[in-house]
Design a protein around this ligand. Sequence first.
Ligand code: UDP
Ligand code: MG
Length: 316
Amino acid sequence: MEKKVLTLIVPAYNEEAALEAFYKETSRVEREMAELCEFEYLFIDDGSKDGTLAIIKKLHAYNRRVHYISFSRNFGKEAAIYAGLENASGDYVAILDADLQDPPALLPEMWRAVTEEGYDCVGSRRVTRAGEPPIRSFFARAFYKLINRISKAEIVDGARDFQLMSRKVVDAILSMGEYNRFSKGIFGWVGFKKKWLEYENIERVAGETKWSFWSLFKYAVEGIIAFSTAPLMISILLGIALCAAGFVMAVVLLVKLIAGAPVTAAGGLTLLILLVGGLVMVCIGISGQYLARTYLEVKKRPIYIIGEAELENSYK
Ligand code: UDP
Ligand code: MG
């Protein structure tokens, strides 16, 4: 019987310092799994500005099972994952980071779960956040609590994009062709029988994280907006609360006037204007966010653009 093929999708953005260590480690795991399956590598160079693509080409020259897609510019990890899934030809597909924060040593266990234990997909989650700035961990936890309250898709705290899945899960994910891709939500939304492996946080082998606090904040907003319409509800509730407060205030003023009490409203009025003005801005902002997303979806732009690629010899 022919051996099954496992495609490793590796998004890489400025990872020249980490790639060789990554390849060394995955090759070691490949030898360990030689009896079970064959590896196919699919590197997605996400518009790197360093020697990432050159190293990938070197690996390709050395191993014909190394394939790559190089984007015309940086499109982000979500786009890289999509491109990988779209072009992977393996029977099974795994997604893992180039910096070895997603330990390839877990692959054999993941493989067993989908081939022997009847799971469709195996995800991984970090149970510690060691090595991360405490403030970042705090906001990350708050984000997961919030989004799970207001969204139907299950979004697991500490879940990594690192996972191994069968063809049908890949097809399900690809069927969600949305432009604003929040993978953590998409992976949960498609459902299927999923097993979770837990491991302690590992620091990246080389290079630097591509996430600043601001980019994480934007990512969080992206997630909430893509998977929940609760914020629109919040703006409606705020509006109702304000109207009620205004009504009460009007009654109070009227009573005062009738009673002949002096009404000096300048201070209160300023406060009120600021408050209402602020809230109106927030609500318009929230609707604006949804509108902007809708605009982007309606335009049907491609999720990524290929600069060059080497996909030959794949099984496709
Ligand atoms: N990455 C990417 N495009 C980007 C940013 C990151 O393809 O615009 C890749 C990066 O090369 C790495 C993975 O996504 O393989 C995770 O990035 P990083 O390690 O910076 O994130 P962290 O692990 O700190 O969350
Ligand atoms: Mg990392």
